[in-house]
Ligand binder design. Sequence first.
Ligand code: 1PX
Length: 215
Amino acid sequence: SAASQDQKFCLQEVLDTFKLCLSEKKEVYLQHYVDGWRGLVKLLNSLGNVFGFISKDAVSKIQILVNHLSGENGSQYVTVQSMVKYEMDNGLVDLTKRGSHPESGCRTLLRLHRALRWLDLFLERLRTSTEDDKTSVMCAEAYNQSLARHHPWVVRTAAGVAFCVLPGRPAFFEVMNVGPPENVVAILGEALPLISEVYQVTEELYAQNNLLDIP
Ligand code: 1PX
């Protein structure tokens, strides 16, 4: 049905959303960033319930950002750049320890930003993989090189368990919903530079503002 089709993840959709993220002046539009994550969460959900604890956290962070976007100061949240400026200028970010702003846009987006690095590494491995490569290994390697260092032991352990039940490469490619493996590889090749660029721009912005380690 049209409704279930709607729910179905398509890799192309996510690619398109990340394409829209960057303005000509290399600003990151928060709305498209959030939409990109929504598409990713759809895929994650179609992989099964074991990933529920991961998608739940992603969804709650997406929701925090959506609330900022639709809130009374929504116009300050159009780009990640304007969000950082607004929250920093107005003392709305807990910079050294958690306090009165547990849901700042800056700290919330930082969590997704770190996950975007994982995605970038994982998808690049997937793109260049061969039939015998294991998604669980590619996923774990990407995780260990990125997100893992920001997660406590319990979360790392739970993530490790979830990776083990990832579908194999053929089933994984199928879930992307864009046809034969060659297509997946081609679309990934197109998408990855864009995702990397969004990551890099955000990383530099956060570095300049000393926001890379906010609690
Ligand atoms: C085209 C293929 C794409 C596959 C789509 C997969 C989308 C994955 C979405 C993952 C989003 C993860 C967000 C995690 C944010 C985070 O680090 N949160 C932690 C810190 O938050 P806090 O508020 O406490 O400072 C939080 O503790 C996280 C808890 C949940 C566990 C996170 C494990 C992350 C593993 C990431 C790899 C996902 C594996 C999916 C397999 C395809």
